[in-house]
Write a new protein. Structure first.
Length: 482
């Protein structure tokens, strides 16, 4: 698995992490609001509780007067302290608008909240000494009522700590579970990315099914707009990987489409030449050949030659079309490549007497389709015959090296210019158009040989020098004959 593919599965600074962080921040904000509501509710609860206890203290003073010192100790255990104030404490009076909400007994009281002023007190114990004080006249007697909240503060503080622990555990858990959930949601994108990256590799032309599937997914991109690309700016990792893979696919399809268009154009051009020749000789027969035996025979011979050329061309085109559509069946078997070379050597030597043929072979076994391998070997031999002058030498060699079988055809012909060697396996490519016309080549032979060899897991190697000769080698995996 490549680094790019591994990156899909990691959180990193990707869409998974950013979505997870956003959800985590949203949860944190929700918990902060919940805590604020809890604090406000606690404050309201303390205020209501303080007012109720203050009302009870006022009624106690009205019924029994100010408590004695012993009674005050007993009241202090209940969180209430009643005494006469010494001086003015500076409390706040209730606004007129809200006085009606409070009981008549405490409406005119001055209220204040006290916190301990000890600078060394810990933050955790900051509100432990919180109290609520009211100052009012009860039947003409100045009275100070202090409500101590220490016990209630302890309960509320414990509840708040429990709430915080639950929230922290929830945040930690959701950070993990949500990341997995987001990865599961984005899994189709990751799978599509890996599939697109797989299809983007150099594995031969795309099949019809792959083309149709991609066309259904990217229906806005048609054959006239195959140069369209997805913008990679400001996209997250997973989507960027997918966009890169799709762009690679589009580039590959664009190249395949260009080659197909060129293939159709070249095929049309190749067929146009013999058709034009046939039409010319047919017109010649129509005008003069009926009564001229010499013109008649010349036309018949030319028509037969052009028809044979068209037949060969059409067969080669059909072969490549079946290969591109993956409909070519391979009948694999074990056989000796050296025996096959001997057969090709005898047959070639029998039908061609204008060249000197040599054979150097050994027992080299391979597992392949013997008919197709023989066709590829014949193409190399025919190619050497076409471009080797009469009287030249053509040598067939079969060897093995490091688990590979080699079938080499070496000639003493015209050679291939260095600039043309990278292109000789392209369809309809000719290094020299004038020479190709003389030899009758279509420019498809080496393309067919290349397809056959690569379909068997092999490759072709070329070594050539102009006016000295060429050696083209067919290299296939060697196999155990058993």
């Amino acid at each position: 698995m490549s680094k790019k593919q591994e990156k899909i599965h990691t959180i990193g600074f990707s869409i998974v992490s950013k979505l997870n962080v956003q959800l985590w921040v949203r949860s944190l904000g929700l918990f902060l609001v919940l805590n604020l509501v809890f604090i406000l509710a606690s404050g309201v609860f303390l205020l209501v509780t303080g007012e109720k206890q203050a009302l009870q203290a006022v009624q106690h003073v009205k019924n029994y007067g100010l408590p004695t010192e012993a009674e005050n100790r007993w009241l202090l255990d209940l969180g209430v302290e009643i005494s006469q104030p010494v001086g003015f404490s500076g409390g706040l009076a209730l606004p007129e608008a809200i006085k009606e909400v409070f009981p008549p007994e405490t409406q005119d009281a001055l209220r204040m909240v006290h916190l301990p002023r000890d600078e060394n007190i810990a933050l955790y114990h900051l509100f432990d000494g919180l109290n609520y004080q009211l100052e009012l006249d009860i039947d003409g007697v100045p009275t100070s009522i202090v409500i101590h909240f220490s016990s209630l503060i302890w309960v509320l503080k414990t509840l708040f700590l429990v709430l915080l622990v639950v929230q922290l555990l929830s945040l930690f858990k959701t950070m993990i579970t949500r990341a997995d959930l987001i990865r599961d949601v984005l899994k189709p994108i990751s799978d599509l990315t890996r599939q697109a990256q797989t299809l983007s590799k150099d594995q031969g032309p795309l099949s019809v099914q792959e083309m149709q599937a991609l066309a259904g997914t990217l229906d806005e991109i048609n054959a006239a707009r195959l140069d369209t690309r997805i913008d990679l700016d400001s996209t997250q990792d997973e989507l960027k990987n997918l966009a890169i893979a799709i762009n690679s696919l589009l580039a590959r399809i664009n190249e395949s489409y260009r080659l197909q268009a060129r293939f159709v154009s070249d095929a049309s051009h190749e067929l146009r030449t013999p058709i034009a020749a046939i039409q010319g000789y047919a017109n010649l027969l129509d005008r003069w050949g009926k009564n001229d035996p010499e013109a008649l025979q010349e036309s018949i011979d030319a028509l037969k030659e052009e028809a044979a050329n068209m037949k060969d061309l059409v067969e080669q085109l059909l072969f490549l079309a079946r290969g591109d559509n993956n409909t070519m069946h391979l009948d694999l078997e074990h056989f000796d490549l050296g025996d096959l070379a001997q057969t090709i050597f005898r047959e070639t030597e029998m039908i061609n007497g204008g060249h000197i043929f040599k054979l150097e072979t050994s027992d080299v076994w391979i597992r392949a389709d013997q008919g197709l391998v023989k066709q590829a070997c014949r193409i190399l031999v025919d190619n050497a015959i076409k471009y080797t002058p009469v009287g030249g030498t053509i040598k067939l060699v079969v060897t093995s090296d490091q688990g590979q079988a080699w079938f080499s055809v070496q000639d003493s012909g015209i050679g291939i210019p260095p600039k043309d060697i990278p292109h000789i396996f392209e369809r309809f490519y000719r290094a020299d158009e004038s020479r190709a016309r003389v030899t009758g080549g279509t420019g498809l032979g080496l393309s067919i040989a290349k397809w056959i060899v690569e379909r068997h897991g092999g490759h072709l190697e070329v070594l050539s020098r102009e006016d000295f000769g060429s050696r083209i080698s067919l290299v296939l995996p060697q196999s155990d004959p058993t």
